[in-house]
Write a protein that binds this ligand. Structure first.
Ligand code: SAM
Length: 246
């Protein structure tokens, strides 16, 4: 896939196999187009061409509910020690944005097992996995994690679902010793229940956090915080599995 960037910075994701693209600024001939080319429409407007990357897909994924934003994804990846070759359980799948990001980190040596209750959401997510090119790394499963997680010895379990406290014990069974759990929830009541359930299930190193991102406007006249920042997204709770009875 290619991204065509117009003069206003708007991005148009297009399949490199198509020969013509009809934009608001006129028709572009895409025959033999490659990243780095500057194209001109039949009306004389210019577009810059780059190869599409993960973020280009992430921003345009057809949605099945809300997705985890980059600031929180970064925190999940960093606090769960997820890296190349990691095996991770993700639930629920939703749009698949989290699974796509995780797949990009774990790579072909790793695996993402993503569980989803709703068949209509799975359908959307599977198409997204294919267009993001991660369908070999992601295994998409129809299932309720409150009833069980099939995998064992995984490195991390990530929950973005309304009642993670009902699946915390299933995560404990799925994790290897030393593995991590993360819960992502928009309400304090939810994260409190998840945190308490993690402690009761035997998880250690419990932490609950919220990340706030504040952008800046840097202009000739001066620099200040953006007035339209990302507000609240969700709270995060983390835990780690090990037996401390020593
Ligand atoms: C907010 S979405 C997840 C979004 C996803 N993290 C992303 O970034 O695209 C929550 C999804 O969890 C699914 N879900 C809710 N409870 C579940 C459960 N117990 N087991 C599996 N999936 C569940 C819902 O159907 C919904 O699609």
């Amino acid at each position: 896939m290619l991204v065509l960037i117009d003069k206003k910075g708007r991005k148009h994701l297009v399949d490199e196999k198509i020969e013509e693209y009809h934009s608001n600024y006129g028709v572009l001939d895409l025959t033999n187009v490659k990243p780095g080319d500057v194209l001109e429409t039949h009306l004389g407007h210019r577009f810059y061409c780059v190869k599409a990357d993960l973020l280009d897909y992430y921003e345009r994924l057809p949605r099945a509910g809300s997705i985890i934003l980059k600031k929180d994804l970064g925190a999940i990846i960093a606090n769960c020690g997820i890296g190349s070759g990691s095996r991770v359980v993700d639930a629920g799948t939703g749009t698949g944005a989290t699974a796509i990001f995780l797949a990009n980190i774990v790579g072909k040596e790793g695996k993402i097992y993503t569980y989803e209750l709703r068949e209509d959401h799975i359908k959307i997510a599977r198409n997204n996995f294919e267009s993001a090119g991660v369908d070999e790394v992601v295994e998409s499963k129809l299932g309720d994690v409150r009833e069980g997680i099939e995998e064992r010895e995984v490195d991390a379990v990530i929950f973005d679902l309304p009642d993670p406290w009902l699946a915390v014990d299933k995560a404990y069974n799925a994790l290897r010793t030393g593995g991590y759990i993360a819960a992502y929830n928009p309400y304090i009541e939810q994260i409190r229940k998840a945190y308490i359930a993690m402690g009761e299930a035997g998880f250690k190193e419990l932490r609950a956090i919220e990340l706030l991102e504040r952008g800046f406007e840097i202009k000739e006249v001066g620099t200040r915080h953006r007035t339209r920042n990302i507000g609240h997204t969700a709270y995060l709770a983390f835990g780690r599995k090990y037996n401390q009875n020593i």
